[in-house]
Design a protein around this ligand. Sequence first.
Ligand SMILES: C[S@@+](CC[C@H](N)C(=O)[O-])C[C@H]1O[C@@H](n2cnc3c(N)ncnc32)[C@H](O)[C@@H]1O
Length: 235
Amino acid sequence: MTRSNAEGMKSYWDEKIDWWADSSYEEKPRGPVERWMATLRRSVHARAVIALEHLEPHIQGKVVLDVGCGNGHFAKSCAELGAKHVIGTDISPAAVEIAKKLAKANGVGDRTTFLVARAGDPLPDSDIVTGFGLIDWLEREECLRFFRNIKDRIFMFSYSEQDGTFDEIVHHFYLVERLRLFGNGVRAYHHPRKTIQNRLLKAGIKDFEVVSRKEMRFGRLVHNLPATRKRTQNG
Ligand SMILES: C[S@@+](CC[C@H](N)C(=O)[O-])C[C@H]1O[C@@H](n2cnc3c(N)ncnc32)[C@H](O)[C@@H]1O
């Protein structure tokens, strides 16, 4: 990502994170288009619930790093569910400030730390790394840096899969194409599964599982959690 694109991404999310999180987690969409899109965003909420179901046994007493933490919803939940400490990082300073407030308001301010950082930067130490809704915003090189960063760690992240379903195609036009045409350099992506698999392999990650569930629609989770770890590079 060039410096100006990174600045663009920062400004985009500085402005957007508050209402994006409201419409995703609080069912408070603003305006008619957003109301319609909120039906799609329910899958974001489902994604968080399913991710937490998978992660809960693994985070007890552990340090979790949530990259692209947004308003801190997920970090707060990990702290509430038994993580020793949760570090959230995000490119957007506004998101980081909102996340701090949310954690404090929910009584987990002392077990969370939020920092401004990019996904491709060297990551703080942790037992587990997560990143939800993040990969969709990373250009190829930064995505590869992120994958190399998590190579030797336990991880779970999500991505939007280019699966050709109606919802995926609508969202592709609503977000990916709209930003491509009018985003002033800010881009978002839906990826074919092969692209994610190839990037993981390129980064040296061979063992991972892709989770697909109806409630997440075209959202997918990718993880290498020990209990269910299996090789999927060919499937
Ligand atoms: C769709 S939101 C998801 C927020 C949160 N993870 C969640 O699931 O609620 C994407 C987040 O990724 C952050 N982001 C985008 N590009 C980033 C980058 N290069 N490095 C770190 N964070 C980034 C945005 O600021 C935003 O908060």
